[in-house]
Design a binder for this molecule. Structure first.
Ligand SMILES: Cc1cc2nc3c(=O)[nH]c(=O)nc-3n(C[C@H](O)[C@H](O)[C@H](O)COP(=O)(O)OP(=O)(O)OC[C@H]3O[C@@H](n4cnc5c(N)ncnc54)[C@H](O)[C@@H]3O)c2cc1C
Length: 338
């Protein structure tokens, strides 16, 4: 019987990619399984209207030095660039517009998912592979239903509700109980116009509006000046239309006209549903480590399931950076115990 094979990372978002990159660079056998056809998770940037559009995270910020070094590497390769430290902020009424300066927001030329492709470059990644409930057996941790991947460590790099579905049974039920951070939904509405006819620069936080929370100028973000706006709905609007995301397009266009005076007819529109978009709370640790050696079995000593992702965020800001930090922290822990 072969020894359990290395580490399996489930989820090719920022947390999973950061974890797999550090393990591979440290010569630990690692593979990544991802249910989507493309890597990136909530850093999605599909081709819409002939160019990539960031329909997940709008930008990222940097406060940690180690993440800062990775970002500098992306900047040197031309993948990431400082975008802006200033967004407009609009109350729901047009006559109270304001703008404010915050931390530097970073954007990409090829879409946020290009950062994930860079982290995963050269690694063993299987796409379009949805993993089912986990099992512990004599050969390590595997997958229910025979399609086993027998690993010493399995890292669930994903939002709590998605990880909880994989940890639903038997030895993992106590793990499931710890995956208790809820996530709010968001629907992202992208729309393109014939010309750029809006008065704000880069992006707008829309405060206290029932339908929308943030609007990004995707042409400014990408640097190609395309007349494309990406709008994030409020959690309440998204919740009402999870079964039919396209139903948010009309209320979003009405809100753009009302709040930002964007009144022309768009050439095309697109709606994307994020059921688990943003953590409502956060965990006090940067990852969860769930040893399963005491369950028994020939090779189980040292076996564990770990959970990582943006909700594992002691700093209190569950974002792209916290996902990278969480995935990196799991990898460091694995390396210390390998
Ligand atoms: C609309 C929106 C706007 C945002 N704006 C910002 C922003 O401006 N700035 C910022 O810093 N952050 C922002 N965020 C948050 C940011 O995108 C996340 O914090 C970060 O991308 C989370 O990465 P992750 O690796 O933790 O999770 P994810 O990116 O969700 O990755 C999880 C991966 O696991 C995969 N997966 C799940 N279940 C399975 C399974 N059973 N089998 C195989 N694969 C599976 C998923 O397909 C996914 O690829 C935004 C998010 C959204 C949705």
């Amino acid at each position: 019987m072969p020894e359990p094979a290395g580490v399996t990372v489930i989820g090719a978002g920022m947390a999973g990619a950061a974890c797999a990159r550090l393990l591979a660079d440290s010569h630990v056998p690692v593979r990544v399984l991802e249910r989507s056809r493309v890597p990136g998770g909530r850093l999605a940037a599909p081709q819409l209207g002939g160019r990539r559009v960031d329909i997940g995270a709008s930008y990222f910020t940097v406060s940690d030095d180690a993440f800062g070094s990775v970002v500098t590497g992306w900047q040197d390769k031309g993948l990431a660039r400082p975008w802006t430290d200033t967004f407009d902020a609009r109350p729901a009424r047009r006559d109270e517009s304001d703008s404010g300066t915050g931390p530097m927001r970073w954007a990409t030329r090829e879409g946020m998912s290009s950062l994930i492709r860079n982290l995963l470059d050269g690694l063993d990644v299987t796409l379009h592979h949805e993993v089912g409930p986990l099992q512990a057996g004599p050969r390590g941790v595997g997958q229910d239903g025979g399609d086993g991947f027998n690993s010493r460590v399995v890292v669930l790099a994903m939002p709590d509700p998605q990880a909880a579905r994989l940890a639903g049974s038997g030895p993992f039920s106590q793990l499931q109980a710890q995956l208790d951070v809820d996530f709010d939904p968001v629907i992202t509405v992208t729309a393109a116009w014939p010309k750029r006819e809006w008065s704000f620069h880069n992006g707008v936080f829309v405060n206290d509006h029932p339908a929308i929370t943030f609007v990004a100028d995707d042409g400014a973000r990408r640097g190609d000046q395309a007349a494309v706006l990406v709008t994030h709905t409020s959690a309440s609007l998204a919740q009402r239309h999870l079964a039919d995301p396209d139903a948010t397009i009309k209320p979003v266009l009405r809100a753009l006209a009302d709040v930002l005076d964007v009144t022309g007819e768009p050439i095309w529109t697109h709606a994307h549903r994020w059921t688990s978009a943003k953590p409502v709370g956060r965990h006090a640790q940067s990852f969860l480590w769930y040893p399963i050696g005491d369950i028994g079995g020939e090779y189980l000593n040292g076996s564990a399931v770990a959970v990582a992702g943006d909700s594992w965020c002691p700093s209190g800001r569950p974002r792209v950076e916290s996902a990278w930090l969480s995935g990196t922290a799991v990898a460091r822990h694995i390396l210390e115990n390998w």
